[in-house]
Design a binder for this molecule. Structure first.
Ligand SMILES: Cc1cc2nc3c(=O)[nH]c(=O)nc-3n(C[C@H](O)[C@H](O)[C@H](O)COP(=O)(O)OP(=O)(O)OC[C@H]3O[C@@H](n4cnc5c(N)ncnc54)[C@H](O)[C@@H]3O)c2cc1C
Length: 435
């Protein structure tokens, strides 16, 4: 029988939230041997957003600064040795397939048993696959998804082998936009396909999206909107040669990349932990309905104090901050102390080509745009505010300086009242810097 291992704290999942939880545990004085991270991946926690940005472009991938979890630019990088030096056990390449929360026991796919006193669920999300919907041909060899390092390595290799070939990108979200830019930079002929009337519809307004679609078109990327991939023709090698669209058109393809969203991985906890909005329900300290079980990152549905509702957020900034909050809460409870409730300001960003945007707050209500959003501008800088019940609740900027990005964050947090939308349109970023 496999040996049973016991830890005071176990983090199941080894992504962003796990890495930042380990950092906070160390700060809070965790003793060697007390903490273990159990991860399906073969590498220590890394900054996942890098996969579709810097990492995918690099020849020598190991040189990417800040790849391992690093707490911002200049932060201490958590190389594999970091965990060893701190006495934190990294149990890699190990998938937990069963969690018995009453018995405080986890079991791996190979039958290893792990006991814990306190558990942090940090299993993140998995990609939605076209094969989940039974799309014919969706299991072909040259259809790629991107979630983990291994996916990025396979994709980077395929981009090199198929350079100058034709790529079809299915999905108009940030993964589709970032990877289309990467494919173009590798000299592939790129076509994006998405069903919505504009890209990034969950966040962008039509006005914001028209800039990015114009910019991408100027870079030579073809955009096919209002339809979906309904099947794939394959050759005798099991590779896609053609993408069939629902509207009857077809697109030649040497490589297909799909970015159509993700779903939280919570199956281990089904029937044991209370759920809400597709995630594991927590309080403002990321404690779930089960004693000594916390949920952090993508899997947690937590009280969003600023908007007085429950939300699940798939953003890296929240993965980091929820991990820190949970560990502080665990340590405070042990010491009989209390800490403040989680008070998160939603933050999301993306980078592709020479573009870089940031969004803070909530994207509800009326919108107003400001600045220069001509896709042909040599240095475009523009943004948008979201206004609900006379207050600015969200702010977006493309091409902002670090100071301007900070200024819009302040606006989204302060939620200033506005008399007229014209003021916002006219003053743009100077409005933000006055708050
Ligand atoms: C390509 C890409 C680009 C992104 N870019 C951005 C961005 O620009 N901005 C932004 O805000 N967000 C971005 N995100 C989202 C962000 O990375 C996630 O919100 C964040 O990683 C969530 O952290 P997490 O720790 O909850 O989950 P993850 O980082 O996904 O980590 C979960 C870990 O758990 C492991 N795991 C799952 N199940 C098990 C199991 N049963 N046993 C053991 N291990 C298990 C997984 O293998 C993985 O290692 C991006 C995501 C991707 C995929």
């Amino acid at each position: 029988m496999a040996e049973e291992k016991s830890f005071k704290y176990v983090i199941v999942g080894g992504g962003v939230a796990a890495g930042y939880a380990a950092r906070e545990f160390f700060k809070q004085g965790v003793k060697p041997g007390e903490l273990a991270i159990i991860s399906k991946e073969q590498v220590p926690p890394y900054e996942r957003p890098a996969l579709s940005k810097g990492y995918i472009h690099l020849d020598n991938k190991a040189t990417l600064p800040g790849f391992y979890v690093c707490a911002g630019s200049g932060g201490e990088r958590q190389f594999p040795m970091w965990y060893k030096e701190k006495g934190i056990e990294l149990i890699l390449g190990t998938e937990i397939v069963k969690a018995d929360l009453a018995a405080k026991t986890l079991v791996s796919g190979t039958g290893q048993v792990f006991k814990y006193q306190t558990l942090l669920a940090a299993t993140g999300s998995s990609v939605i696959r076209l094969s989940d919907f039974g799309v014919p041909g969706a299991d072909a060899k040259n259809i790629f998804y991107l979630r983990e390092l291994e996916d990025a390595d396979h994709l980077a290799y395929a981009m090199e082998v198929k350079a100058k070939g034709k790529a079809v990108v299915v999905g108009g979200g940030y993964i589709g936009l970032e990877l289309s830019a990467a494919l173009k930079a590798n000299n592939l002929d790129v076509t994006m396909v998405y069903p919505e009337p504009w890209c990034m519809p969950r966040l962008f307004t039509a006005g914001i999206a028209s800039f990015y679609e114009g910019y991408y078109a100027n870079k030579g990327i073809n955009i096919v909107k209002g339809t979906v991939a309904s099947g794939f023709s394959t050759n005798s090698n099991g590779e896609v040669t053609e993408v069939k669209l629902k509207d009857g058109r077809t697109l030649e393809a040497d490589i297909v990349i799909v970015g159509v969203g993700g779903r939280p991985i919570i199956s281990l906890f089904k029937g044991q932990v209370e759920e809400e909005k597709g995630g594991l329900k927590t309080d403002a300290f990321f404690k779930t309905s089960v004693p000594d079980v916390y949920a952090i990152g993508d899997v947690a549905t937590f009280p969003m104090k600023l908007y007085n509702d429950m939300r699940r957020v798939e953003h890296v900034d929240h993965a980091r901050k929820s991990a820190e909050q949970a560990v502080k809460a665990i340590k405070a409870a042990e010491e009989g102390n209390s800490i403040s409730e989680y008070d998160y300001l939603p933050y999301f960003y993306s980078r592709a080509f020479d573009l870089s945007w940031q969004f803070y707050g909530d994207n509800v209500g009326e919108t107003v745009m400001f600045g220069d959003n001509d896709p042909k501008s040599p240095k475009p800088k523009f943004g948008s505010y979201w206004i609900k019940e006379g207050k600015v609740v969200g702010a977006f900027v493309e091409g902002g300086t670090p100071e301007e990005n900070q200024a819009i964050a302040k606006v989204a947090r302060a939620q200033p009242s506005v008399e007229s939308l014209d003021v916002l349109a006219k003053e743009g970023l100077s409005f933000a810097t006055k708050i």
